[in-house]
Design a binder for this molecule. Structure first.
Ligand SMILES: [Zn+2]
Length: 271
């Protein structure tokens, strides 16, 4: 979901963004040519096992564990494109389950879920970190996952292929309307360079981006970010909203298990 542009909190724009949850007509892109990856000279070489190591805030090292997004947290599964009442009911159940899970793991946001499940709001757990040279504030639990994505990008040509200039993280208001709540509110979503990676399934100004007019192109071709970046995020539990009907290409949300981001903590780094 695109950010309400940093400093302007204009009500009409908020409403416009809220309306963007309506189904859009974009097709999900098909996976095609995967890019060959080779180590660059200055990137830290990946260990022989293929597993990456990161340094945590406390100075301990940890090994990144690959994982997928959990399906009950994927918004496309809450609103199946069907008229089947049973399936629609199942979707709503998943959404309820997802709100319960996010409240327990990430914090209680007023109006959604049970305040007894977590006595703190998500912002209580928010911390600033850096990602590919950009500063971003997110839920502290997902910082290791971002670090794993960063390590993966830096260990491959992907880190040099693309240099975003802006990035967004946690938000303190909900940009969705009604039953749904944005993962930005929980601090588990990030937007990478919104003006270059737009949201063609959203309303203006996002869908008026010149790239959205190129209807013959796939969603992958209608953004500045290379596919290799999406693949790096997906490897470590992030879901890309470019797959969604929204085609929100800037947006990644951590839908993996926050307790399984790393394998184990190791020794305190000596350098
Ligand atoms: Zn977003």
């Amino acid at each position: 979901m695109p950010a309400v542009r940093r400093t302007l909190a204009a009500a009409p724009l908020l409403l416009a963004l809220a309306a963007s949850t309506l189904p859009a007509r974009g097709d999900d892109a098909k996976k095609d040519n995967a890019e060959a990856k080779e180590a660059t000279k200055d990137a830290a070489p990946a260990p022989a096992s293929g597993k990456l190591t990161i340094t945590l805030a406390d100075g301990k090292t940890a090994t990144c564990r690959e994982q997928s997004a959990q399906s009950f947290l994927i918004r496309g599964n809450w609103f199946p494109r069907t008229n089947d009442a049973e399936k629609l009911k199942e979707g709503r159940k998943l959404l309820e389950q997802a709100i319960k899970y996010r409240t327990e793991k990430y914090g209680y946001f007023e109006g959604y879920g049970n305040p007894k499940a977590n006595r703190h709001p998500p912002k209580y757990y928010a911390k600033s970190t850096s990602f590919m040279g950009l500063s971003v504030q997110v839920h502290s639990k997902i910082i290791p996952a971002l670090k794993c994505v960063e390590a993966a990008l830096k260990a491959s040509p992907a880190g040099d292929e693309y240099k975003p200039r802006t990035m967004g993280g946690i938000r303190f208001h909900n940009t969705y309307r009604g039953v749904e709540i944005s993962n930005h509110v929980y601090g588990i979503a990030v937007d990478i360079e919104p003006d270059k990676n737009t949201c063609c399934g959203c309303v203006a100004p996002w869908n008026t981006h010149p790239l959205c007019k190129q209807k013959d192109k796939t969603v992958w071709e209608r953004m500045a970010m290379p596919r290799s970046w999406v693949e790096a995020f997906e490897k470590y539990g992030f879901y890309w909203l470019g797959h969604d009907t929204l085609q929100d290409t800037m947006h990644f949300e951590f839908l993996g298990d926050p307790d399984k981001i790393t394998e184990s903590t190791g020794d305190i780094a000596t350098n």
